[in-house]
Design a binder for this molecule. Structure first.
Ligand SMILES: Cc1cc2nc3c(=O)[nH]c(=O)nc-3n(C[C@H](O)[C@H](O)[C@H](O)COP(=O)(O)O)c2cc1C
Length: 242
């Protein structure tokens, strides 16, 4: 099984998203999958211009000759793609949105009905990779992911695919492992991510048992907010001192 993760954090390799993806892929790799993490922040990806020439003049090919040409090949040669992004204003990062918009050459412009009677574009290819979603956000609470979760479901439907696995982590800034008292909690969480990766590589999905473990809060909302506010106060006071 070939799994390619597209990391949409502007922080690239040092991102919390990257921590989650790396652990997941380590587990998948150990279970036999061929894995790769692509840092979109290091790639040249122009905004889609909406010219639709990828549907008319050069079917399947964008007018831009940037890194998306190579990235589309990576998408289509994968059995599963991971769309990994920090939560930005309740949704995907701008980099991830550009990447998603530029997937449009993979579709044929004509419309057809899906089994539920909704319209979508016709396939250009016989099959498309499954989608896994990995995201983290700064605030506490899983409800922060309501929009992004729906966004990816709708996107997967439009791409004749499905969301086969999804992992969301709030209080994401804790993942960097800098808070001494939380080290055992974070290390356990990282282990669950590796287990999830191994399960996806083996069975194509995350088991209910592992999903439940991944859902457990890292810390109470009250504790997190107290420490986060202290952190920002400290940063701001340092600025006012200088
Ligand atoms: C522009 C911007 C918008 C953000 N919007 C949200 C948001 O809507 N909800 C939230 O909980 N966190 C939000 N965050 C916080 C990030 O999701 C959080 O810092 C995350 O851990 C960053 O992950 P990364 O290191 O993978 O980039 C935002 C951060 C930035 C810079």
């Amino acid at each position: 099984m070939r799994i390619t993760a597209f990391n949409g954090s502007p922080r690239g390799e040092g991102s919390n998203t990257g921590i989650m993806v790396s652990e997941f892929l380590a587990g998948a790799g150990a279970a036999g999958a061929e894995t790769e993490q692509v840092f979109l922040s290091q790639k040249k990806i122009g905004h889609c211009m909406g010219c639709f020439r990828c549907w008319t003049a050069t079917p399947g090919k964008c007018v831009f000759d940037d890194d998306m040409t190579m990235l589309l090949e990576k998408v289509m040669s994968s059995d599963m793609i991971i769309l990994a992004t920090p939560l930005y204003i309740d949704d995907v990062s701008g980099i991830m949105k550009d990447f998603m918009d530029r997937l449009i050459p993979l579709m044929d412009p004509h419309f057809e009905k899906d089994p539920n009677g909704e319209w979508l574009h016709v396939k250009r290819f016989g099959s498309y990779p499954d989608i896994a979603v990995i995201s983290n956000c700064g605030m506490p609470g899983r409800q922060n992911f309501q929009v992004i979760q729906l966004h990816f479901r709708r996107m997967a439907r439009n791409f004749h695919s499905k969301v086969a696995a999804e992992i969301y982590q709030d209080c994401g800034e804790l993942l960097k492992d800098q808070v001494l008292i939380l080290k055992p909690v974070i290390s356990r969480y990282r282990k669950f991510l590796r287990t999830a990766g191994a399960e996806v590589a083996t069975d194509g999905v995350i088991s209910g048992k592992t999903a439940a473990k991944l859902e457990k809060p890292l810390i109470t909302a009250g504790m997190y907010i107290k420490e986060a506010n202290k952190f920002w106060d400290m940063k701001l006071s340092k600025l006012s001192d200088s």
